[in-house]
Design a protein around this ligand. Structure first.
Ligand code: CMP
Length: 135
């Protein structure tokens, strides 16, 4: 059984889409094994996105993620990392298939509503950042 760290970003919470997005993962048959609403600190978000720290969009990314509540989840299931990334769609919503979460709900490459881990190693690292109590 594989795990993924999934975030519904502040635009998703502000637009009251949390229930609809969670139901998409649940209807697929995936298990949400931890869930919390959190207004993340700058430290959490900078650690989470450390691989992007030299990108020009990094300051914008940090202010986006820290501006409001985030719904953080651990989702489990067979092959969950690939499955959730397919459900979420391409990073750039303009490239995302219309049946995906980003295809349906997002317009902007920076405000793209959801995040999911891209590998089992990333998932374990990200889970430790957002759910240190489960270590
Ligand atoms: P995510 O999948 O969480 O991983 C990195 C995030 O950086 C991405 O979603 C977007 O929110 C953001 N991002 C990626 N590319 C760009 C870009 N070119 N401009 C602004 N934000 C971006």
């Amino acid at each position: 059984m594989e795990r993924s760290l999934v975030l519904i970003k502040p635009d998703g919470v502000e637009r009251r889409l949390v229930g609809q997005i969670i139901s998409i993962y649940e209807r697929k048959g995936l298990n949400i094994t931890a869930l919390k609403l959190i207004k993340p600190t700058r430290e959490i978000v900078e650690t989470h996105y450390v691989e992007h720290k030299d990108k020009p969009f990094f300051p914008e990314l940090i202010s986006y993620l820290t501006r409001g509540m985030v719904c953080a989840m651990i989702i489990e299931g067979p092959n969950v990392i690939e499955t959730v990334r397919k459900i979420n769609g391409a990073t750039d919503p303009a490239q995302a298939e219309m049946g995906t979460i980003r295809g349906q709900y997002a317009l902007s490459k920076s405000e793209n509503i959801v995040h999911a881990s891209d590998s089992p190693e990333s998932a374990e690292r990200e889970i430790n950042i957002w759910f240190p109590e489960t270590e």
